[in-house]
Write a protein that binds this ligand. Sequence first.
Ligand SMILES: Cc1cc2nc3c(=O)[nH]c(=O)nc-3n(C[C@H](O)[C@H](O)[C@H](O)COP(=O)(O)O)c2cc1C
Length: 343
Amino acid sequence: MAKLFEPIKIGNLTLKNRIVMAPMCMYAVYQEDGELTDFHEAHYASRAIGGVGLIFLEAAAVSKAGRITNQDLGIWNEQQTIKLKKLVHTIHELGSKVGIQIAHAGRKAEHAPDAVGPSAIAYSEAYRTPNALTEEGVNNIINEFKTAAARAENAGFDAVQIHAAHGYLINQFLSPLTNNRTDDYGAQTLENRYRLLKQIIEVTKTVFSGNIWVRFSATDYDDASTTIEEYDQINQWMKELGVDVVDVSSGGLLPRRPDAVYPGYQTKYASHFKAYSDLFISTVGKLGDPVLANYILEAGQADLISLGRPLLRNPNWAAIAAKELNDKQFEAYNPSYSRGFDE
Ligand SMILES: Cc1cc2nc3c(=O)[nH]c(=O)nc-3n(C[C@H](O)[C@H](O)[C@H](O)COP(=O)(O)O)c2cc1C
């Protein structure tokens, strides 16, 4: 059996294969109420039918003000939770496990009347300058993450992914380029910059019994920002707190792009963390070639393959990958789907 299709046990969660759907905003909540729509249900159910081991729902805001846009999913009220619970049930019926990414956009909240951040530093000229959060404001946001995690528990999710990547609020606290506070959450020490993430993990742990994932940007593409060695330390702290998996992404803090984006361009960071930490490691970024994805697992560079765009292009990516890797054990959700490969 190709490694991509080998089951994996992470804490109390067993996945049938190593294929993970990365969180991807659909910006499709046209009622602006943060609630799932029929489209979302069909969208995620299709990927479950397609054989994805673990499906992450897109960034769901922990508060109305924490949305990237008004079309984002939310996880701050009961009606949202009822709909999420129904989708979790559907995805389980279709044979996949399901998680949700919980997020706060911070200074990158595009539609909020008043964006907030660790410090009053704007993302770019196109964005408004955020209000620096007071300590009370920070505590409120930690509480919002806690409530969101409790709702995720209630909805039956197998995993939550705390969004600490791509320049959103937690990433903003982690970096000395966006955080010039002088209090306990401030820039003087790594421990201080990490404190918000730490406290969010701690409160999540008290209410959520499933897998805890953290997604971070291994590099912000600026030497003056958080370093890989600092993330090694953060990983050690997160392991001690009971985090299960880190999903290693990059960028988004500053308006700049990596010099080169090629298949597996972020996997060098994942393989570093795989070598230097005891956490399960997920890699993401242009991994749509099944041979490459399988090789990364075989070579021990990561434990899981997260896919974004490949699963937008093709919800049946797993079946195609099984065919390409000559994996005869792959079982389509419905046996008739196998007929799709008849000559
Ligand atoms: C349409 C779209 C929406 C995305 N939304 C999110 C998101 O909600 N949260 C997140 O962490 N990353 C988001 N991403 C990034 C993806 O999860 C993924 O990391 C990125 O696309 C690189 O992986 P890929 O090459 O497999 O697409 C998004 C990407 C796309 C294409």
